[in-house]
Design a protein around this ligand. Sequence first.
Ligand SMILES: *[C@@H]1O[C@H](CO)[C@@H](O)[C@H](O)[C@H]1NC(C)=O
Ligand SMILES: *[C@@H]1O[C@H](CO)[C@@H](O)[C@H](O)[C@H]1NC(C)=O
Ligand SMILES: *[C@@H]1O[C@H](CO)[C@@H](O)[C@H](O)[C@H]1NC(C)=O
Ligand SMILES: *[C@@H]1O[C@H](CO)[C@@H](O)[C@H](O)[C@H]1NC(C)=O
Length: 469
Amino acid sequence: MLLSPIPLVVAVAFAAPAQIEEGARIAKRSVTGNAIVFLNTSTGAPQHLASGLIYGEPDTANQIPSQFYSDIDFNYGRAGGAQIPSPGLGWIWGLAEYENRFTSALSNYKTTRQNGGKFVFLLHDLWGADGSENSTAPFPGDDGDWSSWDEFLTTWISDMNANEATTGLVIDIWNEPDGIGFWKRTSAQWLQMWGRTYYRLRADFGVAEISGPTLASPPSLTDTWWTDFMSFVKSNGSVPDQYAWHMESGGNDMQSAVATWQTLLADAGLPQTGAVSINEYATYAEQVPCGGAWWIAQLERVNAIGLRGNWLGTYALHDFLAGLLGKPNAGTSAYSATATGYWPAAEFQVYKYYAQNMTGYRVQTTPTPDLNGDIYATVGTDKVRLLVGARITTGTWGVLLEDMTAIGLPASGTLEIQTWAFTGSSDHFAEVDAPTNLGIYGHEYTGGTLEFPIFQTDGYTAYAFEFAV
Ligand SMILES: *[C@@H]1O[C@H](CO)[C@@H](O)[C@H](O)[C@H]1NC(C)=O
Ligand SMILES: *[C@@H]1O[C@H](CO)[C@@H](O)[C@H](O)[C@H]1NC(C)=O
Ligand SMILES: *[C@@H]1O[C@H](CO)[C@@H](O)[C@H](O)[C@H]1NC(C)=O
Ligand SMILES: *[C@@H]1O[C@H](CO)[C@@H](O)[C@H](O)[C@H]1NC(C)=O
């Protein structure tokens, strides 16, 4: 089982992993070799699959201006009322504690829908198992007694219907049962809960998609949380609409994770169907421009839905669009949950460029052989655009453009390439209003391919390269 540095949503409840990661970030690895763009291979229309987030939306409607959502083509929210003060601790503490948590989640649902996103509802948080529950806190099915869980579901379904919160909805049956603190019971009890809840939701709340297993660890052939889940849903007929898991360890990559997921499906005799949703991706240290660009390339390559992880706690968890914005007093003792005055943080500019500028069709790319440098590429009617990111490391690496003639360019000549730098820093709240124009450089090439170097001298900067077609 993966021991991710910390489980999401309770980041602040555990000691400062962010600072530890900041210190270790560059030393861990380097990047070398070429990432390749296959200009001859379309992979379809951009859908901005990586533009989702867990929490990050304030509980007050319109607190973050809608422009910030539309600029990044925001398309997925995920919440369940976690980490608000009492009364608001969840079902296991009593009805008023449930109701306030529900109000928070409903507000986030409405904000998500208003801004064009789908919403993943987190039942574990509404129950009260947000990682801060005590060791004697009840879990569904304790001692074979499901009555409280059944009543919880009845109440929740009724409340969702009463509030007409029934469209654009995905339900995570339980978050990170294998993680630290969200399911302090056995895997067997979790699977009973899965099967029971799946059929209950299908019967009484069929309007929603179901996602799971939402494990903290990516697919592995030797992880019994994964293998037991696959055989259980095969025999129980409770296959999720979205296969969800998390990519929060700072290791692993999407191509191998998806390949292993496909093997797990085949081994269990399950169909190769269902969307992949990485409904928490990127460590805190990776939430800088080059890390964001790397994750965009990784998720887009395998057509996985991606929701940015969230490393803040208490009310700040419900703010800042999961690391994309700052505002006055962010991260200080004077922080106010309801204050406004938002500005774009460094990574916001990456997501804005990805959503607004990278038009046309996507083309196939491959990462560097060490997997630490990656590219997302689009061919528009005016320009080819490459968004390039190293996985928070340094090194000299490069881009290889294959088959220039496939997009109507000559097989040899000089190509004028415009470079933009998306700068960042260890201050994730710092304001960055635009990428930096690094000018145009002419590259000579022959044989229909062009190779150019990237000098990655810090673990923050992402680059965009553009040339006319
Ligand atoms: C695209 O170009 C690469 C490299 O030249 C080649 O290996 C591949 O077969 C080409 N693919 C298509 C679809 O033409
Ligand atoms: C543990 O949490 C439950 C609510 O889930 C509460 O009823 C109980 O009093 C708590 N126990 C302690 C020792 O705090
Ligand atoms: C699926 O599993 C649940 C939990 O064990 C059980 O209640 C339900 O009857 C099972 N359904 C089928 C079709 O096996
Ligand atoms: C992105 O597109 C906008 C709107 O067309 C344009 O104003 C801006 O300069 C572009 N940004 C970059 C970095 O090319």
